[in-house]
Design a protein around this ligand. Structure first.
Ligand code: SF4
Ligand code: SF4
Length: 271
């Protein structure tokens, strides 16, 4: 039994395990809270783009299904159970979007894809519309790490970007998540792009996305991601505590998304 097989049987479309020391640690305190030093990192990939993302939508594709963190929490429990049964005495910790390492870099070093000009991981099969998660463990790695590859560098993403490409603070995605008042220029950017949460422009124009679409491998096949898709949330959803908590934008509270909805003329306003 391989740890990568355990990840694949619990939702990962692909997975690969590399030495921990090949990864770039970005949050040492988080790592020290594991209580053990990992020998390896098994990186898993989950495609999340669904057919509902192709219709009208005002949120980023990752926010159309329910919150991915709910999926990863449940998968992490199953992985820990399977791991405990297969490798008694070994240690494991599963992270998704809350990792002590640079996840895209680790995935590229594991040979699961390349790094795009937009700094995202791009996988050959599913493009950049993938979530990344990792299982840190005391098991030896299953393969050597490789040098991270780079994308085609065609420049389409930079040309199509509606904001300031390469400036994380000027990115429309970041802007939709900020709290408080926006400048008139920032408000206009949200209105013009009709986005209340996130931005996918640089991903949608990427040739890897076009190829995945042509090959029929762009879409998630996991029923969890295909159920309960909401492409255009309304103020009623945002104010419904139970339903709101299941969405990927809930971590920021209702304020930013209600403000953005109001900018699009859809109720909302300040909370
Ligand atoms: S659009 Fe071109 S430059 Fe941008 S990430 Fe894709 S391949 Fe790279
Ligand atoms: S997410 Fe949107 S605003 Fe941000 S870099 Fe990509 S295209 Fe530009």
């Amino acid at each position: 039994m391989l740890l990568s097989s355990i990840l694949k049987s619990n939702g990962a479309a692909s997975a690969a395990s590399i030495p921990f020391e090949a990864c770039r640690v970005t949050d040492p305190p988080k790592l020290s809270r594991f209580g053990f030093l990992p020998r390896s990192v098994c990186v898993g990939i989950i495609p999340y783009y669904t057919p509902a993302c192709d219709g009208p939508r005002t949120v980023s594709a990752y926010a159309v299904p329910r919150d991915y963190h709910i999926f990863v929490r449940a998968a992490a429990e199953r992985i820990a159970d399977d791991f405990g049964a297969a490798f008694p005495g070994e240690r494991i910790r599963v992270c998704g979007d809350n990792s002590p390492i640079d996840e895209a870099d680790a995935a590229a070093r594991a040979g699961l894809g390349v790094i795009g000009r937009n700094r995202l991981l791009i996988t050959p099969e599913h493009s950049s519309f993938v979530f990344i998660f990792e299982a840190f463990s005391t098991l030896p790695p299953e393969r050597e790490a490789v040098e991270p590859g780079r994308c085609l560098d065609c420049g389409r993403c930079a040309e199509a970007c509606p904001a300031a490409f390469g400036d994380p603070e000027g990115c429309l995605s970041a802007l939709t998540q900020t709290k408080g008042e926006l400048s008139p220029g920032q408000e206009e950017l949200i209105r013009r792009n009709r986005s209340v949460w996130g931005c996918d422009v640089c991903q949608l124009v990427c040739p890897y996305t076009e190829r995945a679409r042509r090959n029929g491998t762009l879409y998630s096949t996991d029923p969890w991601f295909l159920e309960d898709n909401i492409a255009c949330p309304d103020p009623e959803l945002i104010r419904d505590g139970q339903r709101f908590r299941e969405r990927a934008y809930s971590w920021r509270g209702p304020g930013p998304i209600l403000r953005n909805l109001a900018l699009l003329g859809e109720g909302g306003g300040k909370e």
